[in-house]
Design a protein around this ligand. Structure first.
Ligand code: PFF
Length: 447
């Protein structure tokens, strides 16, 4: 059968921008700082970094090498390496996770998009900032409008393909993100009273660090690195054989970690400098921070807009990777062309996203999993069930079924930074045990 040749990343920098763009997202900018603060600041950060090295890095390599080996989407990859075996289900779980995560990720990203303008206009009107969220997000039309706009941006980029869509835009957006982030860090840490926030963020408080903190750290490692759902299998499938895969993986993990740590330097000093409480969840980003910007006066308009541009860019480069997983499956396995795959699947995901969006307005009384609203329920199902289970199975597949010798051979092809037997040890024992514990916890068995 003659097939069109698979697209590839044009340059190493392009791949790193795209993969780091996938990893760096809402998970880094609002989720990481808040859980770090909650579970003992510096103590949490320390454990988080250890887990990144011993769990995140090996799993990142595993996904990338499965992709590069097979040159396929997650479903195709497992079909090829384990024909006729149930492993293909892991691939399907990944595609499903991509579908579900993007549906609500786009809703939250749409809020960020709307705030780029709103943080300025509402502040000028001097209205109650806590109400911005209520006014703009919980109008039925408003929520769906911004979600729609964000999905259109996502579809537009993925439609362009690997090199001309994802790679090109990531190479533009990621440097912008870094510059905006640095501007905000400088502003935040030089505010009078910033030190208290820095202390809250970084001073290791082991009394606040618990088993639960450990589990939160491991869960965060998966989400933030886009692992467990075949996203990095998909991105790895566009890597050329002569690329130094372990080195690329190092850059991606490093960039993601840097941005998460810097986000903490933006948020905590600012929140403390203005005497506000570091609250949890969407509130920290969408209610507390606008209040901070409001108190900065005129400059707050500028910094507020910069912050939400930053958040939107981070979310956009992650959203395209989520759509790419779903699209790649239909392109490879069902022989759809890229245009059809991105448009049809983009619309389907957009449609599903209407429900979590309405969960903040018309459907606000609907509770699904364990009293959670619709958006939270989607998030719980994907992040607490599909991702850890996917990560666990990918490690078991390589460690105990396909074989770490074959994995090493693939990863080390074209590499100067070679993976060694310590990779095999981590993938066979450390990763499965650690992830299994997290998984039991996340579905409530350990509580
Ligand atoms: N890594 C993204 C973040 O930190 O926001 C979220 C994500 C993107 C998860 C892509 C999974 C994925 F496949």
């Amino acid at each position: 059968m003659v097939q069109a040749e698979r697209e590839h990343w044009k340059t190493r920098a392009g791949f790193i921008a795209a993969a780091a763009g996938s990893a760096i997202g809402l998970g880094n900018i609002w989720r990481f700082p808040y859980i770090a603060g909650r579970y003992g600041g510096g103590a949490f950060v320390l454990v988080y970094i250890l887990l990144l090295i011993f769990v995140g890095y090996p799993v990142m390599n595993s996904e990338l090498l499965l992709g590069r080996k097979t040159q396929k989407n997650p479903v195709g990859a497992f079909k090829m390496l384990a024909p006729g075996k149930p492993w293909v289900i892991v691939g399907f779980m990944g595609v499903l996770a991509g579908f579900i995560i993007l549906s609500y990720y786009s809703v939250v990203a749409g809020w960020a998009l709307s705030y780029i303008l709103k943080s300025g206009t509402y502040m000028a009107a001097g209205s109650d900032i806590g109400n911005i969220f209520v006014i703009s997000i919980s109008s039925t039309f408003g929520g769906i409008f911004w979600h729609t706009l964000f999905m259109l941006l996502t579809i537009g980029i993925v439609y362009g393909g690997i090199e001309k869509g994802i790679e090109r835009w990531s190479k533009i957006l990621m440097p912008v993100l870094l510059i905006l982030l640095i501007i905000l860090v400088i502003r935040s840490v030089t505010l009078p009273g910033a030190a208290e926030g820095l202390a809250f963020y970084l001073k290791p408080d082991f009394s606040k660090f618990s088993g639960e903190g450990f589990l939160a750290a491991l869960g965060q490692v998966f989400f933030t690195l886009s692992l467990g759902m075949g996203c990095m299998i998909t991105y790895g499938s566009y890597l050329k054989k002569n690329e130094d895969l372990p080195l690329n993986a190092k850059y991606v993990v490093g960039a993601d970690t840097l941005v998460a740590l810097l986000a903490g330097f933006v948020i905590f000093p600012a929140v403390f400098a203005f005497g506000l409480e570091p609250t949890t969840g969407p509130g920290l980003t969408f209610i507390t921070l606008p209040a901070v910007f409001l108190q900065m006066g005129l400059a707050g308009h500028v910094f507020g807009s910069i912050f939400f541009i930053l958040l939107t860019i981070a979310a956009l480069t992650s959203a395209i990777s989520l759509l790419e997983v779903v699209a790649a499956y239909f392109i490879d396995e069902n022989k759809w062309n890229r245009k059809k795959a991105t448009i049809v699947m983009g619309i389907a995901i957009w449609f599903l996203g209407i429900f979590p969006s309405l969960g903040y307005s018309t459907l606000s009384t609907v509770k699904v999993i364990g009293g959670r609203d619709i958006l939270d329920s989607f998030d719980f199902f994907a992040n607490n069930i599909l991702l850890p289970l996917g990560g666990l199975l990918i490690a078991i597949f390589i460690g105990w079924f396909w074989g770490t010798d074959k994995a090493l051979e693939e990863a080390n092809q074209g590499a100067n930074t070679k993976l060694s037997t310590s990779y095999s040890f981590l993938i066979k024992y450390v990763v499965p045990i650690a992830v299994f514990i997290v998984f039991l916890n996340s579905i409530g068995i350990l509580r």
